[in-house]
Design a protein around this ligand. Structure first.
Ligand code: SF4
Ligand code: SF4
Length: 478
């Protein structure tokens, strides 16, 4: 009886040394890297004048003040649905792009891809292109190797620290924090956050690289649910490239079957940051960065063959292409029920958020009835209910709010501790809580019935803007 040895459960990482490549998609990736990194590093430094009492940082997540500032938009804690809505839109956008164009997020804009690309750029600059890096990897640790490695790690560390440093600037005034950090006067949480993000960027971008995409990120596993044969993705036209073979003219015998266009030069494999061979078919590891397209197009140009042996294509076009027919136009692949459904959902959420944004008021109130007891009978027989009114002044300056009550009845409103006044000064950009009494005279219908509908109002005396909330008045049932 023969015994078979089970395959090992652990496979050591095979280092990947992507070769330099140039072409349309490489240029596009450089531009996207420039824009995304530029936005990330520079955004906290943009100033935005909101008036004397508010921060002047354009994008600020003010945890202590419980506000999120985004240019002219200020989100209060009770408006967190805006953030939730934006996250839903981001998720739907990801579904839409994945279903239309495959893993474009992974290949072009995912932070892991962008920073890994940047780290590889540094590595190539310090240690050389693929062959030099492979040689250095195999070489013994002498002065030359230490010098190159330490130089590379030092630059990586600088980028990683800048990355962690930029992140904390989103949470407090950037120039003030930068000065405090340099003087070692910043809060320990700032140093701790920078240290953690520096370490993760250094390790993920420098050492783990494609391992993060393959083993740590869940997206490759769930993206298949959003893709179908009409999704445009990076693929190899094996019907054109196979049978592959090197030195075509030299090895092709007179009676041998004609070779395909692939000359098996391995250029597409050598430039792949994931270390895979796209000619093996669709693979979970492929982030559709399209660098293999650039590499192969370059080879096709050199050997005088048409470009596009590796290309963005829809797998549903394969039978037509094999038969020599023209593929469907790209727009027919992109505009299909699934993508239209995602677009409709995305637009619906977006329109809802824009509507909510422009309809919200600069003053708001929240009324909480105190129900213990539900009412109080005063010495003259009138019935009193008590409410806590929270007033929000979203203006950059203090405002006087006038309070009032309306209903079908003759109820009156009075501020606690201020018998003869019904207005209150609410500080700038703050919520102010005021307890109010609403009283119905003994003979008033509201005093006699179990429950009456009333509405409590606030009015900004400077602008006349009003806000209100409906509530109930409890009477003494007779
Ligand atoms: S196979 Fe091509 S598209 Fe896929 S990850 Fe590698 S280089 Fe990028
Ligand atoms: S780059 Fe093109 S020709 Fe070279 S091995 Fe890859 S598919 Fe074949």
């Amino acid at each position: 009886m023969t015994q078979t040895t089970p395959p090992p459960l652990y496979a050591a990482q095979e280092p990947v040394f992507p070769r330099k490549v140039s072409g349309t998609f490489r240029r596009l990736k450089w531009w996207i890297m420039l824009v995304t990194l530029g936005i990330y590093y520079l955004l906290p430094w943009i100033r935005w004048d909101r008036g004397p009492n508010l921060p002047d940082q354009a994008v600020l997540l003010d945890m202590a003040g419980r506000r999120f500032y985004f240019f002219w938009i200020e989100i209060w804690p009770h408006e967190f649905y805006f953030v939730a809505g934006l996250l839903v839109m981001a998720g739907l956008g990801l579904f839409l792009f994945t279903s239309a164009l495959g893993r474009v997020w992974c290949g072009y804009t995912c932070p892991q891809t962008v920073w890994t690309d940047l780290f590889i750029l540094v590595e190539r600059w310090v240690e050389g292109d693929r062959n030099a890096r492979v040689r250095l990897w195999k070489a013994k640790w002498d002065f030359h190797k230490w010098r190159l490695r330490l130089t590379k790690w030092a630059i990586w560390l600088g980028i990683a620290m800048a990355t962690g440093g930029a992140w904390v600037f989103y949470f407090t005034d950037a120039p003030t924090l930068a000065r405090d950090l340099l003087r070692f006067e910043a809060h320990p949480i700032a140093y701790g956050t920078i240290a953690v993000l520096t370490a993760t960027t250094f390790v993920f971008g420098g050492f783990l690289r494609e391992q993060v995409c393959i083993y740590m990120c869940p997206w490759p596993r769930i993206q298949a649910a959003m893709m179908d044969p009409d999704t445009i993705t990076v693929a190899y036209r094996d019907w054109r490239g196979e049978p592959r073979g090197k030195h075509r003219k030299a090895v092709q015998a007179e009676d041998a079957a004609p070779l395909g266009d692939c000359i098996d030069c391995m250029a597409c494999v050598n430039v792949c940051p994931m270390g895979i061979d796209i000619r093996d078919g669709q693979q979970m590891e492929c982030i559709t960065c399209a660098l293999c397209i650039d590499a192969c197009d370059d080879v096709m140009d050199k050997i005088g063959k048409p470009r596009g042996l590796i290309d963005y294509l829809a797998l549903s076009d394969e039978p037509a292409e094999r038969a020599g027919a023209a593929p469907k136009p790209v727009w027919k692949h992109i505009l299909r029920p699934r993508t239209l459904f995602y677009t409709a959902l995305w637009s619906l959420v977006g329109v809802g958020l824009i509507y909510a944004l422009f309809m919200r008021s600069d003053i708001e109130l929240a009324v909480s009835p105190l129900r213990n007891p539900t009412y109080v009978t005063l010495s003259d027989g009138s019935i009193r209910n008590i409410y806590d009114v929270r007033m929000r002044n979203k203006h950059a300056e203090a405002r006087v709010f006038q309070l009032s009550v309306t209903g079908d009845t003759g109820v009156r409103l009075q501020l606690e501790g201020q018998a003869d006044r019904r207005s209150i000064l609410v500080p700038a950009d703050q919520t102010f809580m005021q307890r109010v009494y609403v009283t119905a005279p003994r003979q008033d219908p509201a005093a006699k019935q179990v429950r009456s509908d009333i509405r409590i109002w606030i009015e900004d005396t400077a602008t006349g803007t009003r806000a209100s909330q409906a509530t109930t008045f409890n009477g003494k049932a007779e």
